[in-house]
Ligand binder design. Sequence first.
Ligand SMILES: [Zn+2]
Ligand SMILES: [Zn+2]
Length: 573
Amino acid sequence: MDKKKKNEKLEILRHSASHLLAHALMELYPNTILTLGPATKNGFFYDFLPENNLGESDLEKIAAKMLEIANRDLEITQQEITKKEALELYKDNPFKIELIEGIKDKTVGLSRQGDFYDLCKGGHVKSTGALKHFKLTNLSGAYWRADKKNQALQRINGVAFATAKELRLHENRVEEAKKYDHRRIGKQLDLFSFHEEGAGFPFFHPNGKKVLNILTSFLRKKLEKNGYQEIQTPIMLSDELWKRSGHYDHYKENMYFSTIDDKSYAIKPMNCPGSILTYKTRPHSFRELPLKFSEFGLVHRHELSGVLHGLFRVRAFTQDDAHIYCTPEQIEQEILNLVKNVETILSRFDFADVKLTLSTRPDDAMGDVKLWDKAEQALENALKKTNLPYCINEGDGAFYGPKIDFIIQDSMDREWQCSTIQLDFFQPENFDLTYVASGGEKKRPVMIHRVLYGSLERFFGILIEHYKGKFPFWLAPTQIKVLTITDNQNDYATKVGQILQEHGLRVIVDQSSEQISAKIKTAQLQQIPWMLILGAKEQENNTITLRPREGKQEFGLTVEQLLKKANLLLQDS
Ligand SMILES: [Zn+2]
Ligand SMILES: [Zn+2]
């Protein structure tokens, strides 16, 4: 079964599980007023108004009741009833009445299992017997229609899978993810912190900043090779610019504002307008195209405090942004270059899988339909040439152009979307961007926005969890720790450390008076890829014992042999 079909089946199962939860609630607490219960990413929830508030401790009883109903193996049937009948059925439930009144058709759907019924347009498993592999995860508060002004409700969340094995695998993954939460590892490895004085604004410590710098320089080298020119544009720009770019109208709620000389300014939530102003400073010949401006741009976006989540959801982050100005004819080649570029860079990070999705013209698209068709064709042609798996999300593109997203799969089988390539027909028009064509006439370029890591901060967070804190040699903030067995080796250790440092390696020499076993323990906790153990024998023979984080200890290495080994690991970084 392909993944899409499997996901559809799972969604049906999870949605059915929400009815099962509602059914159990009604049997246990007949005065509960039900509202809605959809499927979610890994499971389902149901929102309800309880007679008496439920607590976490009630979940066990509810789950047991659900299992009991599942074991009854009740057939789930679907019927259409008139709105009048539905209103009669739900005469004591103001939420369902509101839902029924909101339905445009003359009839409404009703699903039944045993003597339980629920308002629903259908799409269920055949019987409750298929719903045995679930778990209730937590109880939380909710509001009717997610609006704080409305009635406060309770919500029970759960996960559901088709088999016991899948449920167990999911639970293992959740446990693993908790164990390797980047916020926890960030503290352990002294990478970053958050402070009350700036909620959502990360502080990077020397170790964390080191990794960010490596990520940046790795990318910068690749960009230079691929003809990008790096620019830097201001963090604050006047309101007028954001009004013209459309951000003010569409994104104002997420922007921060300030005033300079009585004039209103906004802190940039995106880098595009800065790139556009740079492009417009002089005329461009067709010979210059494609013109590629890259920028590591710090953007600020307001997020509600409740959704802030370590480095995954912050209020300030650095986008590894680029804007490519090209002719419509160059789209295909540029997209192909970009996809290859992204793939090469992502391949350095040991992700299990990289997939692509192409999102095409939505209903509210702006611009010439012919240009859209041509561009979508060019994008698809480019994707075919890459030989990477991709799927098409019909109608899911932005109103100003189609886009390609990259989905990566980490070491814990979780999917992340980081890189995006977005075509834009709107801003070139909006900002009257032109280039001089071969005949001397002015023409409109196409703009391609692309991010690779996406947000450097978020990508760092993903890498921390993906590697479980064990950064590969090329990324580790400290690559090598030199450990002496006694104080007699201190001079030798300093010398070895110096040579390695001169060769660009990140080295710490541990000359503390701790026992060697304690020194090793510390280095292990710091997840240092290489420990060099130096004792009397090593000093005498001018050699090194290498104790790598993974794998076997190696004795009698010379410094040259060690450097050679290190260089192998550092190739292409
Ligand atoms: Zn349903
Ligand atoms: Zn952009």
